[in-house]
Design a protein around this ligand. Structure first.
Ligand code: DQA
Length: 168
């Protein structure tokens, strides 16, 4: 089991963040993003999701923020994870909903309950691809949308949230 899914690791991580006064960022990834590095590398690149999350964690440290990664292929599990984030005082949520971006009212409704900024990220430029990828249920409730910058989209979301820290 990836450490990002291990409940003991997640709980230890939360306690550590609180005791260090660190702000927490949750990065949620939807279906098939567990296959990054192997999946259509010409479109999505050669980095694995673990490598991307590790880079985000490294960048977040300079802002005294901690990053938690979550990935699931099942829509309901993603909704449940977002529901768990409700009331947990995340400084921000970064989400790449994968294909659910274009279909899921349930994920949008769950995100709409959160009060922290939501940054939507896509590795590819969804607007330059098939028409069914042009619409996102998430964009209208996101603070910002980053598309087409590959893994740097996630990193730039971390820097954006970092510089937001002392601002409303
Ligand atoms: C994606 C774009 C989606 O259309 C696709 O279904 C994905 C990945 C991206 O990061 O570019 O799974 O979200």
């Amino acid at each position: 089991m990836s450490k990002y899914k291990n409940p003991f690791f997640i709980e230890k991580w939360r306690i550590l963040c609180y005791s260090n006064g660190m702000k927490k960022i949750l990065i949620i990834n939807g279906p098939n993003l567990n296959m990054l590095g192997k999946r259509q590398v010409d479109i999505y690149g050669r980095e694995t999701l673990d490598e991307i999350i590790t880079q985000c964690q490294t960048q977040a440290k300079q802002y005294n923020m901690a990053v938690e990664g979550f990935q699931d292929n099942v829509e309901g599990n993603i909704v449940t994870r977002i529901n768990q984030a409700f009331g947990q005082q995340y400084h921000g949520v970064v989400i790449n909903g994968g294909a659910y971006t274009h279909t899921s009212v349930a994920i949008r409704d769950a995100l709409a309950m959160l009060t922290c900024p939501i940054i939507e990220v896509h590795l590819s430029n969804i607007h330059a691809r098939e028409e069914f990828r042009h619409f996102s249920y998430i964009s209208a409730i996101a603070r910002a949308v980053v598309v087409g910058m590959g893994s740097f989209g996630y990193i730039s979301a971390i820097h954006y949230l970092g510089q937001l820290q002392d601002k409303p």
